[in-house]
Each structure stands twice: as C-alpha cells, then as structure tokens.
Write a protein that binds this ligand. Structure first.
Ligand code: HEM
Ligand code: HEM
Length: 172
C-alpha cells in the first residue's frame, strides 16, 4: 500500500474545512459574547460544526483501522516525529470538541439552549474548567497543524519525495 484510501483522503480534507469553519465561528462567538451580542443560534451553529469534527474523527479512526495506512516514507527521526504529531493531532481532534461539549453542559449555555432564553447566556466562563481546556486545546491544535504543514511543505519542496500525493484526491 503506497497511498491513503479515498475515504481517508476525503476525511482528512473535510476535517480541515470543518476546523476552519469551527475556529472562525468560535472566535466570532467569543467576540460577540464580549460585546454582549452572542445568540443561542451562534452557540448552536458552532456546536454543530465542532460536533461534526468529533463524529468525522471517530469515523476516520474506523476507516483507518479497516483500510490501513501507507508505511512511513523513511525511517529517520523526523519520520518518528511525524508519526507522533499524527497521534497528537488525532488526540486533539477528540479532546477539543469534547471540551466544547463539556463547556456547554457545565455552563449556562446549556440552560439557555434548553429553555430558549438568550438572557441566560453567560457573560463569562470564570469557573468553567472545560472552557479553559477548550481554549488551550485550540492553541495546541494550531501549533500541531503548523508543525504538520511545515513537514508536508518540506517533503513537497525540499525532499521532493511525493509524500503529498499519498494524501491527494485521485481518479482511480
Ligand atoms: C474541533 C472543533 C472545535 C473548534 C476548532 C472550536 C474552536 C473554538 C474557538 C476558537 C473558540 C473561541 C475561544 C474562546 O472562547 O476564547 C471556541 C469557543 C467555544 N466553543 Fe468551540 N470549537 C470546537 C468544538 C466545539 C464543540 C463541539 C462545542 C460544543 C458542543 C463547542 C463549544 C464552544 C463554546 C461554548 C465556546 C465558548 C464561546 C464563548 O466564548 O462564548 N466548541 N471554540
Ligand atoms: C494545508 C494543510 C495540510 C496539509 C498540506 C496536510 C498534509 C498531509 C499529508 C501529506 C499527510 C500524509 C502524511 C504521510 O503520508 O505520512 C497528512 C496526514 C495527516 N494529516 Fe494532514 N495536512 C494538512 C492539514 C491537516 C489538519 C488541519 C489536520 C488535523 C487537525 C491533519 C491531520 C493529519 C493526520 C492525523 C494525518 C495522519 C493520517 C494517518 O496516518 O492516519 N492534517 N497530512
């Protein structure tokens, strides 16, 4: 096996698209809350897009166990680092949305959604540990993705070993 399966490739790029949307929606939500303009729909839409990342990650790990993955392109230290980063990325794709769900459940956001009363939406998440975890995990995700993309760029433009083709859509 020299490439990722089609559904693994689809899940990889769909995750990227959903993450960009969830990040943008989460940031806008944070800004709206500080301006006193957050809405229940804003929380619902962010939760749905973020929840889709979690579902897709579970599905992706199932595909991974069924389809397998191509062997590392080399056997040096950097290949081991890349493998470690992949595992950390999967862990983050799980912990980040789960901490979001815990934030909703452990704050007044949950009460506001179930009662449909936007005035219950919190002004602050002072004693909500899950919210702190959620914020930290957003930063962790960004750092991991930057390392991951730098690695991909190095393979594409420095070593030129065709690694990128393993994760690109193809016809056959
Ligand atoms: C992987 C997917 C997700 C990403 C990338 C993401 C990203 C973000 C970002 C960037 C913020 C703003 C950080 C801040 O509060 O300062 C945020 C806030 C938040 N997220 Fe997520 N999130 C994800 C999943 C979820 C899920 C699944 C839920 C709930 C079901 C959720 C609930 C929340 C809540 C309640 C806030 C607080 C918003 C506020 O400040 O008022 N997130 N998220
Ligand atoms: C422009 C952005 C991105 C590029 C160019 C890129 C590129 C790649 C490439 C080329 C591979 C295959 C590596 C190999 O064959 O050994 C890969 C795998 C992987 N990527 Fe990305 N990626 C990007 C964004 C992301 C994002 C945002 C995430 C998740 C947060 C992610 C998570 C992963 C994971 C977990 C794997 C390992 C798949 C496995 O072995 O199960 N990538 N990526």
């Amino acid at each position: 096996m020299t490439q990722y399966s089609k559904r693994m490739v689809l899940a990889h790029w769909l995750t990227l698209a959903l993450l960009v949307a969830a990040w943008f929606l989460g940031d806008s939500l944070d800004e709206a809350r500080h301006e006193g303009a957050a809405t229940i729909n804003g929380y619902l839409i962010h939760s749905l897009v973020g929840g889709a990342v979690l579902l897709l990650t579970v599905l992706r790990l199932y595909f991974r166990s069924k389809d397998g993955i191509p062997a590392p392109i080399g056997d040096g230290v950097m290949d081991k680092v890349a493998k470690g980063v992949h595992h950390l990325l999967y862990s983050t794709l799980f912990v980040l949305p789960v901490s979001g769900i815990m934030t909703v459940l452990n704050s007044d956001v949950g009460r506001a959604i179930t009662s449909g009363d936007a005035s219950l939406l919190p002004k602050k998440f002072t004693a909500v540990f899950a919210h702190e975890v959620h914020e930290v995990m957003v930063t962790v995700l960004i750092i991991l993705v930057v390392i991951h993309v730098l690695g991909a760029l190095k393979h594409q433009f420095v070593t030129k070993d065709g690694l990128m083709d393993r994760m690109l859509p193809r016809r056959k």
